[in-house]
Design a protein around this ligand. Structure first.
Ligand code: 13P
Length: 342
């Protein structure tokens, strides 16, 4: 089978049905922060136990098609000795891998950041494929103010995203391209729309220059929302602004758009996704690839205790089910309280 067929098959499996993605690819410092919030120490064993819990959630594959893992997780095993990528695959979840190595300050551009990890990427991808990964993720971040992000930050991050995506496709791995316009700050929803539109224009310009096959990639954008310091916008406003920007910037050939949650509460992320899908059919499926908005209630239920695994899995299944309903435009806030698992 050529990589063309394999990439098409992976994309098809990921965009399948009324499903979304689970982002469980927190880096070492980020998972330590998440664990700390529920009083759990970030040891290798605790991370293994937690990620095993997520991947073994009964019924998850009904609502989730793929899971993004962190490098450490690819090499870990569940309690039966099954490697976690195989555990995911047996549960019906396509395993993916975060391949960027994080962000640093962009030189000579105060307030802007650039994501690293291109050196040796092709070789790393070969290894990840052997471990079972079929898709990858790279996150670029954009800080927002009246003057940020600079044109330079938009250009260099777009170029890095496009080089990453091209390298992935050459290695038979489907790239998820994630440009995240951050919610931090007091900017308006209009400013977020303006920045997101400029960012996505640069990203697709670079993807074109790097000959990335749009049918064989997924986009993981942020929704168009006001900064966190502002009052949250109504879901209908988020939906209208988000879809307007996407229609202006994302070619119809892109296989799917899977939003990040970016600091929205779990209920906000579901309500906004539902409002987006209620606007009617768009050129691409519009779904979720949430980290915090799927996992917050799970961590809160688990708290590092083996006795809480079942209730934590119930919490994950509930959020996955509600977001699957949101992908179909059928989520309603009243569904939040309808029974323990939704
Ligand atoms: P959040 O949904 O918590 O933003 O995480 C998604 C993600 O993958 C960030 O890179």
């Amino acid at each position: 089978m050529s990589y063309h067929d394999e990439l098409a098959g992976t994309v098809q499996a990921l965009v399948d049905g009324p499903k979304g993605l689970l982002a469980a690819d927190e880096s070492g410092p980020t998972i330590a922060k998440r664990f700390k919030s529920v009083g759990v120490e970030s040891t290798e064993e605790n991370r293994r136990a937690y990620r095993s819990l997520l991947l073994a959630t009964p019924g998850l594959a009904e609502f989730v098609s793929g899971v993004i893992l962190y490098e450490e997780t690819l090499a870990q095993c569940d309690a039966d000795g099954t490697p976690l990528p195989q555990r995911a695959a047996r549960s019906g979840l396509v395993p993916g891998i975060k391949v960027d190595t994080g962000k640093i300050a962009l030189a000579h551009a105060s307030g802007d950041e650039i994501t690293q990890g291109l050196d040796g990427l092709a070789q790393r991808l070969e290894g990840y494929r052997r471990q079972g990964a079929r898709f990858a993720k790279w996150r670029a971040v954009y800080n927002v103010s009246d003057t940020l992000p600079s044109r330079l930050a938009m250009e260099v991050n777009a170029d890095a995203l496009a080089r990453y995506a091209a390298i992935c496709q050459e290695q038979g791995v489907v790239p998820i391209v994630e440009p995240e316009v951050l919610m931090d700050g007091d900017h308006t929803i209009q400013r977020c729309a303006e920045v997101t539109e400029a960012v996505l224009h640069q990203v697709f310009h670079a993807l074109h220059r790097h000959r990335v096959v749009l049918e064989h990639m997924l986009l993981k954008p942020s929704m168009v929302v006001p900064g966190k310091v502002q009052t949250a916008a109504a879901p209908d406003d988020v939906a209208a602004s988000t879809v307007r920007v996407l229609r202006r910037t994302v070619p119809a050939a892109v296989a799917g758009i899977f939003f990040l949650s970016g600091g929205q509460t779990p209920a906000e992320a579901s309500a906004n996704l539902a409002a987006i899908n209620r606007l009617g059919p768009q050129p691409w499926p519009l779904s979720f690839s949430y980290g915090r908005a799927l996992q917050e209630p799970v961590l809160d239920a688990w708290r590092g205790q083996a006795a809480n695994v079942r209730v934590a899995q119930d919490a994950l299944l509930k959020r996955a089910r509600l977001n699957s309903a949101a992908r179909a435009g059928r989520y309603d806030a009243a569904m939040e309280s309808a029974g323990r698992s939704g």
